[in-house]
Design a protein. Sequence first.
Lengths: 618, 194
Amino acid sequence: MANVLTAAPHSEEDVLIEQMGYDDHFHEHHDGDKFQSNFITTYIFSQDHKMIAKQFLITGMFWGVIGGLMSLVFRLQLGFPEESMAWLKPVLGKWIEINAETGMGALSPDFYYALVTMHGTILVFFVLTAGLSGTFSNLLIPLQLGARDMASPLLNMMSYWFFFLAGLIMFISLFLNTGPFSGGWTAYPPLSALPQASTGSGAGMTLWLISLVFFVVSVLLGGINYITTVLNLRTKGMNMWRMPLTIWAFFVTAILGLLSFPVLASAFFLVMCDRGLGTSFFLNEIFIGGQALDHVGGSPVLYQHLFWFLGHPEVYIIILPAMGIVSEVLAVHSRKPVFGYKAMVFSILAIGFLSFIVWAHHMFMSGVNPFISNFFVVFTLIIAVPSAVKVFNWIATLFGGNIRFTAASLFGIGFVSMFISGGLTGIFLGNSAIDIQMHDTYFVVAHFHIVMGVAAFFGMFAGVYHWFPKMYGRFMNETLGKLHFWGTMVGAYLIFWPMHYIGMAGVPRRYYRFDTFQSFSQFDDMNKFITIAAIITFGFQMILIINFFYSIWYGKKVTEKNPWGATTLEWTTEVDPGHGNWAGKLPVVHRWAYDYAKDGQEFISQITPLKEGESETH
Amino acid sequence: MSTLENTVYSRNKIHPQKFALLVSCASVVMLFAALTSAYVVRQAAGNWLEFPMPVLFLYSTLTLIASSFTLHFSYKGFLAGNVKLYKYLLLLTFVLGILFIYLQYKGWMALVALGVELGTNPSGSFLYVLSGLHAAHILGGLAAVFVAILHAFILPFEVSAKRKLRFEMTQIYWHFVDVLWIYLIVFLWLQQQS
């Protein structure tokens, strides 16, 4: 933190901040310059948004590896059901059942479902919600808005630790004797609401519920902070129309989370009552072992309504931050203003709004009235309009740009490709008539993995490569980054493209093995191919992990404040921004975030005042 | 510790912490909106036990409304420098809050006496869940009022910006859970009429 006090103004930006900056008297306070922190308050219970962002990112990476490895285990089962899995016995223990006669080891069907459930839960909530929006909202909202920190650093810290606690409980549930919850990440009743329904429905489901309740608390604490910070703590001159698209995306994401996660919490609360207190919200007449249960009159479809009222906004909670990051990364690396800034903002808002009124398109085949389905079909297909606007604008941003093909921008371009591929299949599935054929097949698996799984990961990778210099003061290795990109880009299509075909042929998802069905035997080789592609693609992710941790300590050092030549405020801080982000005054903003290639200049920082006669219009 | 505690927010129309409280109230609204809409959907599906609402819920509602008034006038007393009014109306608010919880409890007991237990029928289950979750939010409000009482009786009296902000936030939350209950009781009453 020493450089905060001693650094003399040496760049044009420093002079500008010194002359024009906004003095918030931050440095006169005891928690300003004289702020002291020890090891624990710096690295563990940190209230600094930059450290919390790193905590979210690294915890998310941890969970990403766990969730990815789980998918490899069940992909092995699907691709090679005839091969012995006995070699996994040392890791998976009793979940590998050894046939005493042949010595063949087979994955226990119960554990197959547990793996699928955990893979979904971990990737959707822990990696792509906390790891993506948690990381970049924390890092960028204060830095790009010119704030000292979040509105409430304490709540921000608690947001991370509730997430940590949620993860810890989920992790413990993996080691239960009865296994973790195995009823799917959507946790539909009765599998979730009856403790005796399956092996994972007992203690596994109890821990799953507790874990996710803590997770909801984490999302709410984070979201309250993000919204308040965006609306209240923008620096002087930073009006809403000057905010970078990243901030718009995080802002709308936080609103979606704030309004949809409480609904999930209410559904969980009712499930808990059904499990423990004998109510019948979701349980109807059920017989177990010939015995009728006491539960009468519940409606499992009601749970689906409550769940998907979160569930659909949730997929936009995942994809919107990626969209914001990609907009920013593409503009910076193609050295052009983002095309149609306002159209981008309005499409983010439109997607956010529409996400609340399309939830029943997940339930076309749940017995909802077909006439009600029509309503949801129409609004679902309308989402294609703002999505297409965004895709068009990304391509128009790239078009004619002076593109620097860095790892970050490659992942940005890859995101656009993935979003188009996955979005187009969404139009198929959004039609309730086509969904009769497609639902619960691998077509659905392929659709959502490409559009919200791979695409969101690409946005996250673009963000990691782009802002790594801001986070750690060093660059990640570009060669390894490009290798990672091409491996992931090709690999992801090799995994999910074939799934469209087997899905259209009617191969159902969630099946433990297909070799008992003669009609699906023609796809045996394709399943093998998908499994091999998945293993190789996962291997390419190890390049990222190695590159990331190697670069933290040994990467090429960042020597200038603004290595990418970007306009936004985070690049006006010191290379390693200390407590309070800006050494002296807060920067004052004079223009929007995308003044690239204007008036013969490559880029003009947001803190540069307008020249005489220059108009800010964009 | 908090970086922002002492930063100047004069250019903000509303203090960030107060705004954050309003935002969190919005998420509580969604929690109850989800439950009441689930109520409507479930009721329409039939197999719905009708029962009269215990009159105790009317008394508890009146108690809660009264507590909002006492808190409001305590705040007026605080602003006007009327220390006695400030302190004792704050205490009265707390007592009324406890009384509300007690009356809710008696109301639940009256329902049990009617034969409407938690698991009897979803109509009763929903009432217990709605009023129970609301009571949990009241307990949070009581904790806030309790802290306000500690401030009133321990700290020397002063009308500082910080004290004012704390009091206003306590007040916002208490009025919010009050209005929330009025919404719930009116909702339940209307649903029983339909």
